[in-house]
Design a protein around this ligand. Structure first.
Ligand code: SF4
Length: 233
């Protein structure tokens, strides 16, 4: 008899497995994932103001199994709550890459969709999904708590139906995302995370994982040194 731990539960191609027990586990895991979502809300802009009412007693988002988490390493969802300046986007990407897969991104506010009222600003990134794979956008300036909760429910339904797979796109088309990041931050942009190694680990390498931008990264990539703390006495 096979051990429970040996039964594969994640269908890579979206198809049901022939093993009926594994199919049951696929659905069970997807159901559990969709009902226990820990969110890291990165308060980039004014849209974050709608999160306290969405979470507290009036709308009570926690009843859906959604609760805030203080560290990216234990969070499933990254909420980007408004306009993202170029400086902030670097931190958003660093945060996203530290989250464990499967992971999901929700762009809240029109500013994440197309730049919103900052569409002409030289200092903001306009379209979030050029830099990170976004699962759900919640448009509005700013969206009300009902809209935020509806966006969360949409993501829950996607995960339950096995359609919450945007995180795979970051590995499968890494060269595209890296190219846009290099365009904004310069060719010497690098993060501490080995995305290509992770793509190999998950079996998500594709032709578009590699390209001219990953070649540029390879040329200058080096281990990042921690900053030394200097105390002036
Ligand atoms: S869409 Fe409106 S509320 Fe949201 S970040 Fe932009 S300006 Fe602020």
């Amino acid at each position: 008899m096979s051990k429970l731990g040996n039964i594969p539960v994640n269908a890579q191609d979206g198809k049901k497995r022939t093993n009926p027990l594994a199919g049951v586990f696929d659905e069970l895991v997807q159901f559990c994932q969709s009902r226990s979502m820990f969110m890291l809300h990165y308060c980039t802009g004014c849209g974050a103001i709608e999160l306290p009412p969405a979470m507290t007693s009036r709308f009570d988002m926690e009843r859906l199994g959604i609760q805030p988490m203080v560290t990216p390493r234990q969070a499933d969802i990254l909420l980007v709550t408004g306009y993202v300046s170029v400086k902030t986007l670097k931190r958003v990407i660093l945060t996203y890459e530290q989250m464990q897969s499967p992971k999901y991104v929700i762009g809240i506010c029109s500013c994440t969709v197309n730049g919103g009222m900052y569409w002409q600003s030289y200092a903001t990134a306009k379209v979030l999904n050029e830099y990170l794979p976004v699962d759900v956008y919640i448009a509005g300036c700013m969206p009300r708590p009902e809209a935020v909760i509806e966006g969360m429910r949409r993501l829950m339904r996607n995960i339950e139906d096995g359609k919450g797979n945007a995180w795979k796109d970051y590995f499968q088309r890494y060269d595209y995302y890296l190219g846009n990041q290099q365009h904004l931050f310069g060719n010497d942009w690098q993060t501490p995370t080995d995305i290509i190694g992770e793509a190999r680990h998950y079996g998500l390498e594709s032709e578009e994982t590699y390209g001219e931008h990953t070649k540029i990264l390879e040329q200058h990539q080096q281990p990042l040194e921690p900053y030394k703390m200097r105390i002036k006495l």
